[in-house]
Structure formats: structure tokens, C-alpha cells
Design a binder for this molecule. Structure first.
Ligand code: ZN
Length: 283
């Protein structure tokens, strides 16, 4: 049984087939606590409990919880939050840089993470959008083989790698970490979708609209370094931890190329097939 894991009021919640949410601690009869991070340590429980959810006993409809601002980032406090730059050929082409021979990995410091409906608080006139598939590590480890990598993934979610371009390129060489880690510059969610819920986790359509206008439209199958490769690569260097996040890069269509930037009042709508949609307003 697949699961969809959310964060409602700071507590772990599971969604049923009718899009209602259930408080995980309450429906698990003591097996799981309320902490969204702890929930990722027992994936077996998430699968098993999801199969038993009764919509008639739900805590409430998930869309209403979102509308009320009660839904936070599904994975609020990862030990590590990795991100990969220049991972789609069409995006490399539009930015006129040389394709990397190895993954270009940087950090989105976890303090930037916010929920699927959070405001993005702009701090400059040079913020840009990047819709990305975000991988959530389930079973961590070292030296994970590429052909076993998906077995180490708890699930996937939608992410926005909001990037302050002026800050990013204010140092030489550019410091991606800081330019992409301002507070609220990491919307994620709306839920962690388990891999078994997806037809093909290596081929998901992802789009980004700004004020309803389609700006990015790609497929995760066109990554240069795919998810299994990235997990093998990273776990050869360090030990992946349960709950670690990996932003996997963005397709073509970022604002930097056309000279566009986010402005107060803009609405960023980020969607990945089979996972869901983030709706973030800029303030
Ligand atoms: Zn990015």
C-alpha cells in the first residue's frame, strides 16, 4: 500500500484516497509519534497504516487544511538538504555554460524550508524560480548501489529552489549555498508520495507557472544525472541520513535567462505529475 505523508499543524499526517488527512499518532495506536521526522524512520508503519485509513474517521479534508495555512513542509528538519545545479540539458543550454562532468552539488540550508502554501518573502529584486523534484531519503546508508537507490527513498515531493541571483553571483566562484538559502526560499510538499504510488519515478512531468503563465515544462527523465546515480554518488562520499532531502535540478525556463525576476504579489504554481502542486505567493 502506498502512502502520502504530510505535516499538518507541525504533526505527521497520512492522507487517504479521498484526500482527507489523519493524525498519524492517533491512527497508529501508539506505534508512531507526532513528529514528521520520526515518521520517516518507520516506513513500514506508513504503508501498513495507510491501508487501514477510514475516510469516515478523518481529521479533516486536506485541501481545507491547506487553505487554512495549517500545512507545513512534510520534512521540516532534514540533517542534510542537498541540491544539484545544471542537471537538465535544456537548462544548461539556456544558461550557456559547459555541461558538468560530475554533479554540481550544493546545500540549501534547511532553515529555508517552508510548506506548500507558504509566502516567499522576497529580500531583493533578483529572486528566480526553479521547480524541482525533491527526493526524501528513507533508509540511509553509505555506498548505495545505483540499482538499489530507489529502495533507499521514502518518497518524493515538489520543491521550489528559489534563487537570489544577485546573491548567488556576488562571489567568485558563485556561492550557490547562500544564494538559494534565504528564509522561505525552499517551499516543499504538499506531501511525500511513496515511490510505489508512481507509474515511473524516473519519468515525471514538472511545470512551473508564474501568475498562471507556463514558464517551465520538463520531464525528470531528461536529467543528466538521474536519481539512482545521484544517490550512489553522494553515498560514496558521506552517509545519507533518514529524512535527508535532495533537490534534483530544474528544467529550462528560469527567469534569469529572460531577465525576469519574482516581484511582490507574484504567485508561483509548481506541479509534478503524480505528486501535487505548491502555490506560493511572493510578498
Ligand atoms: Zn536548482
Amino acid at each position: 500500500m502506498a502512502f502520502r505523508l504530510a505535516n499538518v499543524d507541525g504533526r505527521a499526517a497520512l492522507l487517504d484516497d479521498e484526500d482527507n488527512w489523519h493524525d498519524l499518532a492517533a491512527v497508529s495506536a501508539g506505534r508512531c509519534g507526532g513528529d514528521p521526522m520520526a515518521a520517516l524512520a518507520d516506513l513500514g508503519a506508513l504503508h501498513e497504516i495507510s491501508a487501514t485509513l477510514n475516510p469516515a474517521q478523518a481529521s479533516g479534508p486536506f485541501p481545507a487544511a491547506r487553505a487554512d495555512g495549517r500545512v507545513g513542509p512534510p520534512v521540516p528538519r532534514p540533517t542534510n538538504c542537498f541540491a544539484v545545479g545544471l542537471n537538465y540539458a535544456a537548462h544548461i543550454e539556456e544558461t550557456s555554460v559547459t555541461p558538468p562532468a560530475n554533479p554540481l552539488v550544493f546545500t540549501k540550508f534547511p532553515t529555508c524550508l517552508v510548506g506548500p502554501d507558504a509566502d516567499v518573502v522576497l529580500e531583493s529584486s533578483t529572486a528566480d524560480w526553479e521547480v524541482e523534484l525533491v527526493v526524501v531519503v528513507g533508509v540511509g546508508g553509505r555506498h548505495i548501489a545505483a540499482d538499489q537507490a530507489w529502495d533507499h527513498v521514502a518518497g518524493v515531493m515538489v520543491g521550489q529552489d528559489i534563487s537570489d541571483r544577485a546573491l548567488q553571483f556576488s562571489a567568485t566562484p558563485p556561492h550557490f549555498d547562500l544564494g538559494k538559502s534565504r528564509d522561505t526560499y525552499g517551499p516543499t510538499g504538499p506531501v511525500v508520495v511513496s515511490i510505489d504510488q508512481l507509474d515511473d519515478p524516473d519519468d515525471l512531468g514538472l511545470t512551473c507557472e508564474i501568475n498562471g503563465e507556463l514558464r517551465q515544462d520538463g520531464r525528470s527523465s531528461s536529467m543528466i544525472f538521474d536519481v539512482p546515480f545521484l544517490i550512489a554518488y553522494l553515498s560514496d562520499i558521506l552517509t545519507l541520513q533518514t529524512g535527508d532531502l535532495l533537490f534534483t535540478g530544474t528544467p529550462a525556463g528560469v527567469g534569469r535567462v529572460t531577465g525576469d525576476a519574482l516581484a511582490p504579489g507574484d504567485v508561483i504554481t509548481s506541479t509534478i505529475e503524480g505528486i501535487g502542486t505548491l502555490i506560493n505567493r511572493c510578498t
